[in-house]
Design a protein around this ligand. Structure first.
Ligand SMILES: O=c1ccn([C@@H]2O[C@H](COP(=O)(O)O)[C@@H](O)[C@H]2O)c(=O)[nH]1
Length: 280
């Protein structure tokens, strides 16, 4: 039987630490590495980052938008980044935040979560704002192929609160409803469910019980968006062991030296381990 994404992620986090290294090839970062903002520069940047980071972190998270901006040549680079990172032992979470009506969501599932696809990744980020059940084809395809889905719940940007903290007629927030549905989808999964929530490290006290999700909690916002390892600990409380804190720009700014990138990843992982292991 195929090992679940949740089981693979649990093992990777225990072995390599919690850090998720984002690969976001911003034009400004390419310039700061003395690379042209074109497909060749993108390739040098993204593969240098993948080769330096993927052997040491549990999860690599390429941001699809920065590859798509170069059209088919950019997507070809993304395919190489995914393959290089997986070959180095990292799990790849493709950050593309897909969401649509169910029949189109199935096509996204075929594109990203089917091992026969050139863009097959271990997991994909998804947007539930067309209705959580519209994501069902992604959840089912992930279950079939041992891959994962991370659903946006409380995003790290300040504008997210307007939608995500709105309340329904029972007084439950939109984000809370998404967490409840993830908890139902992960019920009984051991050691960890394969359906994760995206909850920014910047969100402060949300009043949510993240342990009930029984799945991974992707926490972007560390570094460039202002959150610290201590914030990650505060936001997630007793669910700290399931948190996967993500940082992109802060880490990538330490390049282009592969050694500097690797050392920065190790330092960040050490600080996160210390913060997340601390008593709550
Ligand atoms: O709530 C969210 C969901 C996703 N992201 C993505 O994470 C990275 C953050 O990059 P930094 O450079 O570390 O700020 C980026 O790809 C976002 O699209 C997020 O920030 N918040």
């Amino acid at each position: 039987m195929t090992e679940t994404f949740g089981a693979r992620l649990r093992a990777a986090l225990d072995e390599r630490g919690p850090l998720c290294a984002g690969i976001d090839p911003h034009a400004a970062l390419l310039r700061s590495w003395d690379l042209p903002d074109d497909p060749d520069g993108l390739e040098r940047f993204a593969l240098t980052a993948a080769e330096a980071l993927a052997p040491r972190v549990a999860v690599v998270k390429p941001q699809s938008a920065f590859f798509e901006r170069f059209g088919s040549r950019g997507v070809a680079v993304l395919e190489r980044v995914v393959a290089t990172s997986r070959a180095a032992g990292a799990l790849v979470l493709l950050d593309a935040k897909r969401g649509d009506i169910g029949s189109t969501v199935q096509a996204y599932a075929d594109a990203y979560l089917d091992p026969a696809s050139p863009l097959f990744a271990d997991a994909l980020t998804a947007s539930p704002f067309l209705g959580f059940e519209s994501l069902r084809p992604l959840l089912d395809t992930a279950a079939k192929n041992g891959s994962g889905v991370f659903v946006l719940a409380l995003t790290s940007n300040p504008e997210g609160a307007q939608v995500q903290r709105a309340r329904d007629e029972d007084g439950r927030t939109v984000a809370g409803g998404i967490l409840d549905r993830l908890a139902a989808a992960n019920a009984g999964a051991e050691p960890l469910g394969s359906y994760g929530a995206v909850v920014g490290a910047t969100v402060g006290d949300s009043g949510e019980d993240f342990t009930a999700v029984n799945g991974p909690l992707l926490a972007p916002g560390l570094g460039a968006q202002g959150a610290t390892p201590a914030d990650v600990r505060r936001v997630f409380g007793a669910a700290a062991r399931n948190v996967v804190p993500a940082t992109s720009r802060e880490l990538l700014r330490t390049g282009p030296s592969p050694r500097a990138l690797a050392e920065a990843a190790d330092r960040t992982n050490d600080s996160l381990r210390a913060a997340l292991d601390a008593p709550g």
